[in-house]
Design a protein around this ligand. Structure first.
Ligand code: ADP
Ligand code: MG
Length: 281
């Protein structure tokens, strides 16, 4: 199967008056449709730079980025971006905030407006649609930001530390919530984080980066038992599990919160922690 996203030998450096700052060196990895990739690495190693390249904001100095085997420039609309801050505007209601992307792209029609209202309903924000962002909790605001991004129907979602502005408790709940929504939509997702636990709780694959300039130190496939395996295999649940669904993508996939309570979780944590620590990162 052709990869949804292919990053091949990408390198990038910032050039400023003070000189050159190499940020990425020979980065290669792939992501398949519906796969959730997490990129971990120490602060300042080049993670946000990598996402800027993946969304086409800056061009790689070497190597290439392919979406559906075509150069990134031909696939601009297929990529959605979600940042650490929700960037909701206080002078707009929640409904008009989530409409913003469509409005900018001149795709706001009665039909797409109805789709937005459906999404607000599905994701529990229907009764907040006429409120202002400050009237919502941090978690709800991030959910609104996600809806605004999903409204553009991207194939690939890029997430740059989207939970790190939240306090720890909220962060666990919002990470659970948001990543479950993303999994249900079967989008390909690339989540950048410095939080290893967060990465292990959501990802199908973890890319471990070195300190700056970031190189790929390891690519670690992540797999957890399915729900029916955790609760003891019953015939009924085993039959519901569809064989043709993408790996890690069946209805019985356990939630990030449930992952945190498995023995596999700490095994992955120790393994990747050692990778990260190896050069004093
Ligand atoms: P991370 O997201 O992993 O914390 P970044 O990708 O933001 O790291 O930054 C990687 C390195 O590039 C850092 O050393 C940072 O100071 C530098 N950098 C980031 N943006 C710029 C810029 N616009 N100009 C110059 N240097 C930059
Ligand atoms: Mg960053």
């Amino acid at each position: 199967m052709a990869h949804k996203l292919e990053v091949r030998g990408v390198g990038y450096a910032y050039h400023t008056m003070e000189g050159e700052t190499p940020a990425l060196s020979d980065i290669s990895f792939t992501a398949d449709t519906g796969e959730f990739i997490a990129v971990v690495g120490p602060s300042g190693c080049g993670k946000s730079t990598l996402l800027s390249l993946l969304c086409g904001l800056v061009k790689p100095e070497s190597g290439s980025i392919l979406i559906d085997q075509k150069p990134l420039e031909e696939a601009g609309d297929l990529i959605g971006y979600m940042l650490q801050k929700d960037h909701l505007f206080e002078w707009r209601t929640i409904l008009s905030n989530v409409s913003l992307g469509l409005e900018i792209q001149k795709r706001l029609t009665p039909e797409t407006q109805n789709e937005l209202k459906e999404m607000l309903k599905t994701y529990g924000l229907e009764e907040f649609q006429d409120m202002r962002p400050s009237q919502l909790s941090g978690g709800m605001r991030q959910r609104a930001a996600l809806i605004r991004t999903l409204a553009l129907k991207p194939d690939i979602l890029l997430l740059d530390e989207p939970f790190s502005a939240l306090d720890y408790q909220t962060r666990l709940a919002v990470c659970d919530d948001i990543s479950t929504i993303i999994r249900k939509t079967k989008k390909t997702a690339v989540l950048v984080t410095h939080d290893l636990s967060e990465a292990i709780s959501v990802a199908d694959q973890i890319i471990v980066l070195s300190p700056r300039p970031a190189r790929v130190k390891a690519i670690i496939p992540i797999s957890f038992p399915k729900k029916n395996q955790l609760q003891g295999e019953s015939k009924e649940t085993a039959l519901k599990d569809t064989d043709h669904a993408a790996p890690g993508r069946t209805e019985s996939t356990i939630s990030p919160m449930e992952r945190r309570n498995t023995p596999e979780f700490s095994q992955y944590f120790n393994l990747i922690w050692k990778e990260l620590k190896h050069d004093g990162a």
